[in-house]
Design a protein around this ligand. Structure first.
Ligand SMILES: *Cc1c(COP(=O)(O)O)cnc(C)c1O
Length: 366
């Protein structure tokens, strides 16, 4: 049961997240380790709730983007490895030591700064090589320098050597194999360490891309890692908004700010208690849809901060009473579908989800 105060409810199925992690593990060779990426508050779904269930399922290594996220995660998971994708600056040394955090070193300057820490009290580190993303990681020239001067790594315990794919959601993209080849060549010249190339989508490119360590994020949270084919992962979300009012409107009435929607015959509009402040992007205006008792209703007019409006003219009025809930994300309309209507990705949709939903965590295991 939802609270009488709940105007919009986000149900998060922790058991499904664990199931998705296990299904990724099952895809990997037995010797390949599977981490979990829980940056950005576990893609908006709640790191505090998600990380412990993944740890209980056997995940030993967690990635976050920022050191603040890592420190928060250390309070949740005292005994798991935590890696920080954003890298390292010298001033953060005491915190990396105190909280036993693994930096992902992204250039030779970060590596040199890391080696300033007393080796006896220094956590392991990861090294990130850029093989074609041109975002983070050692550029090719720095990699070449490192290969000719291995002393630059002296004393550094390498937890992994990693790189990141630019186009793994498009299996036919030539850059996938260009990066694979570059990564294979790069690790040959470096000290032995577990190699890691793939996030969610890369894992689904096949065994060649798995190496020793995989780093899935989005697939755990129900985003389809291979959008051109049916999703291999389970949905984990249900997002519902309450109907606050239902009204009849006449021919030529307009709906919402800017009067961007005009009906040509009389109809019915249902106003729902969720808007762009809740992550239902303005781009859903006159494009998105919701589901009411199994029927689709289009979002008409602009999305406002706290509200959106549905055209429910063709729906059974019994299903559109004030107080009823409509489904914005659910079995018939998953996060990728809503994202497509908004002109964005499931990733952005998830991380945009607002802070004021009544959140309900389900864990069939507990
Ligand atoms: C975000 C991120 C991941 C996880 O990516 P998904 O596509 O969500 O699985 C893995 N590695 C790096 C370097 C990342 O930035």
């Amino acid at each position: 049961m939802t609270s009488h105060r709940a105007n919009a409810v986000l149900e998060i199925d922790l058991a499904a997240i664990v199931g998705n992690w296990r299904s990724v593990v099952a895809r990997l060779a037995p010797a390949t380790e599977c981490a979990a990426v829980v940056k950005a508050d576990a893609y908006g779904l709640g790191m505090r709730e998600v990380a412990p269930v993944l740890a209980a399922a056997g995940c030993r290594l967690f990635f976050v983007a920022q050191i603040d996220e890592a420190i928060a995660l250390r309070g949740i998971l005292p005994n798991r490895e935590i890696a920080v994708l954003d890298g390292f600056v010298a001033a953060q040394g005491p915190e990396f030591q105190e909280f036993h955090l693994i930096p992902v070193l992204n250039d030779l300057g970060q590596l040199a700064a890391w080696r300033q820490i007393d080796a006896a009290a220094r956590p392991p580190a990861m090294l990130h090589l850029d093989t074609g993303m041109s975002r983070l990681g050692l550029p090719a020239a720095e990699l070449a320098r490192l290969q000719t001067a291995p002393a630059l790594l002296a004393g550094v315990a390498l937890r992994a050597i990693m790189s990141h794919l630019a186009c793994p959601d498009d299996p036919a993209h030539p850059l996938n194999h260009v990066q694979l080849t570059a990564f294979r060549a790069a690790v040959v010249g470096l000290p032995a360490a577990p190699a890691s190339l793939s996030a969610s989508s890369g894992i689904f490119l096949g065994r060649d891309f798995h190496f020793d360590l995989a780093r899935p994020g989005a697939a755990l949270y129900g985003v389809n890692p291979q959008p051109a084919t049916p999703s291999p992962v389970a949905q984990v979300l249900c997002l519902k908004g309450k109907i606050l009012q239902t009204r009849e409107i006449d021919t030529d009435s307009t709906v919402g700010y800017g009067a961007t929607y005009r009906r040509e015959r009389p109809g019915r509009i249902a106003t729902v208690a969720a808007g762009y402040a809740d992550g239902l992007l303005r781009s859903l205006g006159n494009r998105g849809s919701a589901t009411i008792a199994g029927r689709k209703a289009p979002i008409v007019g602009r999305v406002s901060m706290d509200l959106l409006t549905l055209d429910v003219t063709d729906l059974d009025p019994e299903t559109t009473h004030p107080g009823n809930f409509v489904e914005l994300i659910g079995p018939g309309h998953d996060v990728d579908a809503l994202a497509a209507e908004a002109g964005t990705s499931g990733y952005e949709m998830l991380t945009a989800l607002g802070r004021r939903y009544h959140r309900v965590y389900r864990d069939s295991a507990s």
